[in-house]
Each structure stands twice: as C-alpha cells, then as structure tokens.
Design a protein around this ligand. Sequence first.
Ligand SMILES: [Fe+2]
Length: 315
Amino acid sequence: MSDILSRFPGYETARPLAELSSLDPAAFERDYVRRNRPVVVRGGAARWPCCEAWTLEGLRERLAGVEDLFAESQGLLEQRMREYAGSTVGAERDALREARPRGSLAHARVFLERIERGERLVAYAVPLQTPGLERMCADLGQLPFAPALSSREARFYRPRLFLYRGGYTDWHFHYADETCTVQARGTKEVLLLPPDPRTFATLWPIFRHQGSWEADPAAFRGLSPLKVRLQPGDVLYIPVFWWHAVEPVDDEIGATLALPFASSPEIQFDLRFAAARWTLQQAWSRPAERRWIPWMLLGGLWSAVRHPRGGPWRG
Ligand SMILES: [Fe+2]
C-alpha cells in the first residue's frame, strides 16, 4: 500500500477511475480528451517492448551510454516532491534542478547502481531526447487510441521518463497539455481530483507552502478523489488541469513514461478554469512565455463564445 497517498482523506472511499481494456481514437478524443475526463486503458501499452525488455539487466545495457541522465531533467528526487512550494511558485522544484548531479555522478549507471542497492531515489522527468537514451526510446511503441501523440505536438511539456525506486510526487496539475502516462515497470498508485473551483480553492493555498502530508487533514475534507493503480503496460490519460498525486506501492525499480500532446485551445485557454487563469498569470511573469498570452486570450474568448455556459468538460 502507498505510504503518503493512503493517508490522504478520502483515500479509503475514493472511487475507482473509469477503466477500459480497449479504446478507439474517435472515442478517446470525443469521450475523454474533449470532455476533460481521465481514463485508464488496461494493457494499452502491454505490447511495447519496454514492458518486457526493461529487466534490470536490460536497463543496465540500455543506460550504459547515458553519460548525463540529469542534463535536461528536473533533477534527482531524494525526498517527497512539493511541486508548488517555495518563495515563488515551484521554487523548491527549481532548486531541485539546480542541485542535480553533475559530472561522473550524473552517469545513468551510477544512478542505477544506487537504486539497485536499495536507495529510494527518482530520476525526475528525464526528457526522452537526452543523449544516450535512444536505445530506451527504441523500446517504445504507439498508442493506437491516441494518434494525437504524434500529430499534436505538446506546447510546453516534453516526452519524459521517470526512473525510480520509491519516491512520492505531491498533488499538482499539468498547466498545459494532455498526458498519456505509460507504466513500463513497477506498480504505482495515483489519486486524481477534478479541476473544479472548490478543489483549486482548497488545494492551491495549501500547496504553495506545504506538502499534503504536512497539512491538517481536515483541510481536505469534502474532496472526493478518484483512485487508480497502474501496472506495467497500463496507460493513464491525465487531462490538463486535473490534480494528481503519485506514489509507488512496491519497492521495485520502476519506470514511467509521460507522453504529452497539445490540448484543444477550447479547454487549455478556457479562463473559467482557475488553473487557466493561473497559467495566464504565470505567462505574464515569465518573459519567455509572454508570446503565448495573445493566444490564451483568443482561446479564452473563443471558448466563451462557443460554449457560453461552459463546454462539455464542465458537466
Ligand atoms: Fe504529473
């Protein structure tokens, strides 16, 4: 059982996430992506070579040429991750990247040896474009129900790998892009909460300063999460803005892939989502992202005109 997640109020009564054993592209787009609804496709990637080939020996072979596993990553996670905490939003997360291993300590072989010895560490958000990861990428396949993965390039996030033993990622949402999470190795549990005003108003002020494990459980009363356990080969679709927290439930060496694709502007920039308004504020405060602001406002306007009472994602 998960250690932190299972202490979250509502864990015991959490409803299971909708799950399917197969899904066609039209239904995925119509019933889940366009409705901003999560789903798990059991065994959706079970035939990908990674699910068979990433044994310990297989990982050793494939990672042997990765001289800097952390060069473009979010860093080496040695304790629970508080995504939004810090003097500015995400300052703790940014500090993690600054403190990432360098030089010989950054070699993937060193990281793998450490987790093989039993250390509980996470190579956090390693882009698949990282030099040397080509052999790992050759073990990935296609998701027949998600052609958008190859045709709708994500706006902000990159396809990325999480290689880990243990670890815990606290509640956060992806402020842009849709994500298909493929579990390649190990078993993880995920709790999800919807992007409704109540959830945002409850979680945001807490997680700017604290992890969920540090907060008074009473603060979360009234929230009803969805729960799903991911096994190798399962694919979890996490819609933009949905809150989620993730924890392995085993002590295995695990591997997870996060594969993003662009959201529909109608959803991404619908300023009736608190998270979309927050994204707009963030874009204003970060010069590199200001170029998106006209698109955000246009998207918000388009969404309001097209769905004056909210789109199907708000039902
Ligand atoms: Fe996430």
